[in-house]
Design a protein around this ligand. Structure first.
Ligand SMILES: Nc1ncnc2c1ncn2[C@@H]1O[C@H](COP(=O)(O)OP(=O)(O)O)[C@@H](O)[C@H]1O
Ligand SMILES: [Mg+2]
Length: 328
C-alpha cells in the first residue's frame, strides 16, 4: 500500500481530481460521502492547497470529523489552509441579493424569505440554484485552490447539478439567464469541475452508482471523475488457511481444540466463514461495477476501518489512504 507506484496513465488521471477547482462528493446515504469529502479536503490542505469544504446537508458531520465546532454558512477556519462551511439556502439568497442586486439586506430577510419559500416550493430548481450558485461563486471568486462539496445523496444531486441549465431553459433572456451562464461555464468545464461517487461493494450502492453515473452523463454537463469504493474488506487469510479452518471443524482436531481452549471454538470458525463469504460476495459486486462503468473513470479503494476511531484521527487515516490511491 505504501510503496511507490509506477505512474501509469490511470494514476495521472486520478491525480487530476485534486487539480480541479470544484469537486462534488456524492453517493447513496451512509456509504461514506462525508468520510471521503473530509479525507480529500484534509489531503488537499496538507498538500498546501487553500481548501474550502462545504456540507450541503448540514448535519454537523463535517464539524464532528474535524472536531472544530459548528461550521456556519459564513465559514470556520479549521487549519490555516482549510475552511469549512454548511449550506443555507436563505443565507445564500441574502448574499446573492446583496452582491448582485446591491440590496441592503439586514438581519433576517423577512418578507423576502417568505416569498422565497413560496417560490422555492412552487418552482423546482430555485433551492438547487441557490446551493450550486453559492458553490460556483466560491470558485469564481478564486479565494480557494479547491472547493470540495460534501454533496447531497444520489436522489438530489442531479437536480442540483442540472439546475443552472434547467433555469436557462426556462428563462431564455434577461438578467437571470446572465446569472446562470457563468455557473454553467464552471460546471461544464471538465478541467475545473468533477463529480466523485462514493460506493461500497454491495448490491444496492453499486446499482445506485451505475444508475447515477448514467444520469450524470445524460442529464448534466458535469464530468464523473472518480468512484471511491469504500469499506473494502481485507483478505484476512489465504485459501489454504481457509481449508485449515474447515479441517479444524471436524474431529479429531475439533475435540482437541475444545480441550485446549476449554470452550466451544465454533463461533471463531463461523466468524472466519463469514469473513470469507462477505469478501467473496463483495468481490462479485465490485467486478460488476468495474465491468459496467466507463473504463476512463478511475476507481479508488478505501479499506474498511476496523478500529472505531472517529473525528480527526479517522480523517487523517482516510487522507493517507486517498493519498496512496491518488499516487501522491
Ligand atoms: N472505510 C470505513 N470503514 C469503517 N467505517 C466507515 C468507513 N467509511 C465510513 N464509515 C462509517 O460509516 C458511517 C457513515 O459514513 P459517512 O461518511 O458519514 O457517510 P455519508 O456521509 O455517506 O452518510 C460513519 O459512521 C463512518 O464512520
Ligand atoms: Mg454525510
Amino acid at each position: 500500500m505504501h510503496q511507490l507506484k509506477t505512474v501509469t496513465e490511470v494514476d495521472i488521471k486520478m491525480q487530476n481530481i485534486l487539480d480541479k477547482k470544484l469537486i462534488f462528493v456524492t453517493g447513496k446515504g451512509g456509504v461514506g460521502k462525508t468520510t471521503v469529502a473530509t479525507g480529500l479536503a484534509w489531503l488537499a490542505q496538507s498538500l498546501g492547497k487553500k481548501t474550502l469544504i462545504c456540507e450541503v446537508e448540514p448535519k454537523g458531520d463535517v464539524a464532528n470529523s474535524f472536531e472544530c465546532g459548528s461550521t456556519p454558512f459564513s465559514k470556520r477556519e479549521v487549519t490555516k489552509q482549510l475552511e469549512a462551511m454548511s449550506m443555507d439556502t436563505e443565507a445564500s439568497l441574502r448574499e446573492y441579493l446583496k452582491l448582485h442586486l446591491k440590496l441592503p439586506v439586514v438581519g433576517r430577510i423577512g418578507p423576502v424569505a417568505k416569498a422565497f419559500e413560496f417560490v422555492a416550493t412552487a418552482a423546482p430548481g430555485v433551492r438547487e440554484i441557490l446551493t450550486v450558485g453559492k458553490l460556483c461563486w466560491e470558485v469564481k471568486e478564486n479565494h480557494y485552490d479547491i472547493v470540495i462539496v460534501d454533496a447531497s445523496p444520489t436522489g438530489h444531486i442531479v437536480g442540483q447539478l442540472a439546475a443552472p441549465e434547467a433555469i436557462n431553459e426556462l428563462v431564455k433572456v434577461g438578467p437571470i439567464r446572465s446569472q446562470t451562464g457563468w455557473m454553467l461555464d464552471i460546471l461544464a468545464n471538465p478541467s475545473k469541475t468533477g463529480v466523485v461517487i462514493v460506493s461500497t461493494a454491495e448490491e444496492m450502492p453499486v446499482n445506485e452508482t451505475l444508475d447515477l453515473s448514467q444520469r450524470i452523463y445524460s442529464e448534466t454537463k458535469v464530468k464523473l471523475v472518480g468512484i471511491v469504493v469504500n469499506q473494502v474488506l481485507p483478505e484476512l487469510f489465504s485459501h489454504q488457511e481457509e481449508e485449515l479452518f474447515e479441517k479444524l471443524r471436524i474431529d479429531p482436531y475439533f475435540d482437541k481444540l475444545k480441550g485446549v481452549i476449554n470452550g466451544d471454538p465454533t463461533p471463531i470458525f463461523d466468524a472466519a466463514r463469514l469473513a470469507v463469504t462477505l469478501r467473496r460476495s463483495r468481490a462479485s459486486h465490485l467486478e460488476r461495477l468495474r465491468s459496467e462503468i466507463n473504463k476512463n473513470v478511475p476507481l479508488l479503494y478505501l479499506p474498511y476501518r476496523f478500529n472505531r476511531s472517529e473525528g480527526l484521527k479517522s480523517v487523517r487515516t482516510t487522507a493517507t489512504y486517498l493519498s496512496d490511491e491518488l499516487g501522491f
